[in-house]
Design a protein. Structure first.
Length: 402
């Protein structure tokens, strides 16, 4: 290293130290936006360096997360409208193939699609709220019912063969369930107070509903421009691994999210209609829960069956309703496994049950309810990337050995 380069590095170090000292002095007025701009200004000339390029993408991702968390309330109508446009994109393409102009197609989908969804929500929401309130009314009956079930189980003679303090076990179980249901009752009591305190959020929701049709129309009308810009950005570096993985993620998410929403909607209608026909209490509520359970395989349907069984057990005609409800679950689950999921959702999302449960638990622990909702497609993408990487490396080794 010659003397000029040494002097240059010393000068850079002095400037960097001065910049850090200056940043520390003005730290009270620094905002994440200003720091982001400064970091981009510093990193932009050095993007040819692989390490700096990775840092550049990391900075952009962190800034995106920050801006989303800061503006999530303001951006809510835009995000919802974009998601609706994304979900209706196949229908939009179908109308365009039938020579219907894009503006008219967007208008029809907005009017009938978004308008239909809004109408269904407005019509069903009061009934769902009523059934939730009625369902909360049976909570005080549950401890007594569980007491009868526990007494019936321990009444069998087999338990008298062992030196088991049945009374102590029964009391402990009852105390545990009583505490849990007291907590649920407390939550139900505070529900109205929580709603009253959420008036600003209600106003924000009304604003979102008013903006939603207009935003959805324009997103639908310009969705091809967004897709074209995204494809152009990807095609600048077609050989990049990021290009391949983004296409893989898009395929998995497209198939999983759109297909799953269609199947869930069909199952909600089937469950609610059947439960109403067989005379089950709270048919709409139980039907919505049973249909939405598809989003969380195994866990969701188990929870739905447990709630349905509880409602039937506290009803007036449990034997007959257990039979018809069980037949309903078996029939719709068979239809789901044999026809709806293979034909509508497809086979892109394959997860081992152990990985599935683990992903739901981990994503739920770290990211809460939103993490649970995205756990399966994200885990499927990660598994697909690992499989693709492993298979590629294995094939490369075979080729080298041959």
């Amino acid at each position: 290293m010659n003397e000029s380069e040494t002097n240059q590095h010393i000068l850079i170090a002095i400037i960097a130290a001065g910049a850090i000292f200056f940043a520390f002095q003005v730290s009270s007025v620094l905002s994440p936006l200003l720091i982001f701009i400064i970091l981009l200004f510093i990193a932009q000339p050095l993007r040819s360096n692989p390490l700096v390029a990775r840092l550049f993408w990391g900075i952009n991702i962190l800034f995106g997360i920050w801006i989303f968390s800061e503006l999530s309330g303001l951006l809510a109508p835009f995000i919802i409208a974009f998601v609706l446009a994304y979900l209706f994109e196949p229908l939009m393409n179908f109308l365009l193939k039938n020579q219907i102009p894009r503006v008219l197609s967007a208008l029809l989908i907005t009017f009938f699609g978004v308008g239909g969804i809004t109408l269904v929500i407005v019509l069903l929401l009061p009934e769902i709220a009523s059934q939730i309130s009625a369902f909360a009314g049976i909570i005080p009956m549950i401890p007594g019912y569980l007491q009868n079930v526990i007494n019936w189980v321990f009444s069998f003679e087999v338990f008298s063969w062992f030196s088991i303090d049945i009374e102590s076990i029964t009391n402990n179980i009852n105390a545990l369930f009583k505490k849990q249901f007291e907590d649920i009752g407390s939550l139900a009591t505070n529900f109205t107070q929580t709603i009253l305190k959420s008036i600003p959020k209600v106003i924000s929701a009304i604003t979102t509903v008013l903006l939603l049709p207009f935003l959805t129309f324009w997103f639908l009308n310009d969705f091809d421009k967004f897709s074209g810009a995204f494809r152009t950005l990807l095609n600048k570096r077609p050989d990049s691994p990021v290009h391949k993985y983004i296409l893989m993620a898009r395929e998995i998410f497209n198939q999983y999210v759109r297909g799953l929403i269609i199947v869930m909607t069909i199952e909600m209608v089937l469950y609610s209609t059947t439960f109403s026909i067989i005379g089950l209490n709270y048919p709409l509520l139980l039907g919505m829960i049973s249909g939405a359970a598809l989003w969380l395989p195994y866990i969701g349907i188990s929870t739905a069956i447990l709630l349905t069984s509880l409602v039937i057990a506290l009803g007036s005609n449990p034997a007959e309703q257990f039979f018809w409800a069980g037949l309903t679950y078996l029939s719709i689950q068979a239809l789901e496994i044999l026809f709806m999921v293979p034909k509508i959702v497809g086979g892109k999302v394959h997860l081992n049950p152990i990985i599935l449960f683990l992903s739901i638990i981990l994503f739920g622990y770290f990211f809460g309810i939103p993490g649970i909702f995205v756990s399966i497609p994200v885990s499927a993408f990660i598994v697909a990337v690992i499989r693709e990487k492993l298979y590629t490396d294995t094939e490369a080794l075979i080729e080298e050995s041959s």
